[in-house]
Design a binder for this molecule. Sequence first.
Ligand SMILES: Cc1ncc(COP(=O)(O)O)c(C=O)c1O
Length: 398
Amino acid sequence: MNYHFSRLMSRQSDSVEKLLKNTNDPSLIPFSAGNPAPEAFPVAELAALCGRIFAEQPVAALQYNLSSGYPALRDTVKRWVRERCGVGGVEDEVLITTGSQQGMILTARALCDPGDVVLCEEYTFLGALNSFRSCGADTVGVAMEPDGMSIPDLERKLKAHPNARFLYTIPNFQNPTGVTLSAEKRREVYRLACRYGIVILEDDPYGELRFCGEPLPPIKTLDEEGRVIYCGSFSKVVAPGLRVAYAVANRELVTRMSRDKAGDDVHTSALPQILCHRLITETDFAAHLTGLKQVYRRKARLMMNCLDREAVPSGISYLPIDGGMFLWCTLPEGAGMLDYCARLAADAHVAVVPGSAFAADEGAPCRSFRMNFSTPSDEDIVRGCEQLGVFTRKYLGR
Ligand SMILES: Cc1ncc(COP(=O)(O)O)c(C=O)c1O
């Protein structure tokens, strides 16, 4: 059969699939995954709640529900984000989404026509890039610095692209770089968005995974005019398989996005929504979060210590982090990152993700790669870093 693929689908290339070829090979040590630590899932609490839900409210869990979300969860999220980080004003509403991935595509569909531009950090979450591109938008990267995007470069890109419809940013422990946008830059980003009249999509799945230092207020807390869509997710703090996330945005936007979502999946599955609601309201969720942070702190420090010992002396550098799930490593000048990553997998059996997979500007030169510390066991972290170290010393001849 010779299929006629739509113009939008024809825009998709297989270049990223090729880059990610090695990342799912079970024979490799998985530093490439983007998965939360499996040992931190609240399995016992979820199992007990499931039993209670089917005993007490089976119809609510099994019947069709509202597109905007299970009302009790929307209320719980509204309270939770306000108490936790001051997000949500009188004009805002909560939309429950099927993963924050759905928040990305609903935003792009609401705001972009084909050929419009979405500005993002120069390396960013691949799922978001795919969503924006699948709506026909072009993605344009803003240069990154250790404290978040470059403000002069953001202004240059805003001037150069008057058809930029929104700025997508991951302010906390950015995927893939681990970088956190400083408080001062958050204010600057908001000021420029106002001056150039664009929306900000603030994607914050990692804010709760801060294991060191003080949290910074989300950009959304500066918002007085419905300019910021704040997306959060239960994927990293509970479990990604539940597919429950939320967007907090101006009521008008939420109404439009909810209508659009209805055509997509009618509603996010009710059972996981009720689970998230009851997990927050009936269990010691704060204690769960504290335990989660301990796991992430231990694993992140273990990987950073191993890299300091095994890879930094060979010339690899990385950005230290205070939270999240990722380390962004950079090879010395002159090294071929794609060849390094391919041979690291083939010769040393360690999978990492080439940085170019995350590039907003496809084809931009890149010497970095992403490592994940939440998925592998402690033993795999130690063994994988040793193998990476031996390989790197040979590869870089140091
Ligand atoms: C920055 C970022 N946003 C969103 C997501 C998707 O999360 P969800 O499982 O809620 O769709 C991820 C997943 O890795 C991510 O890294």
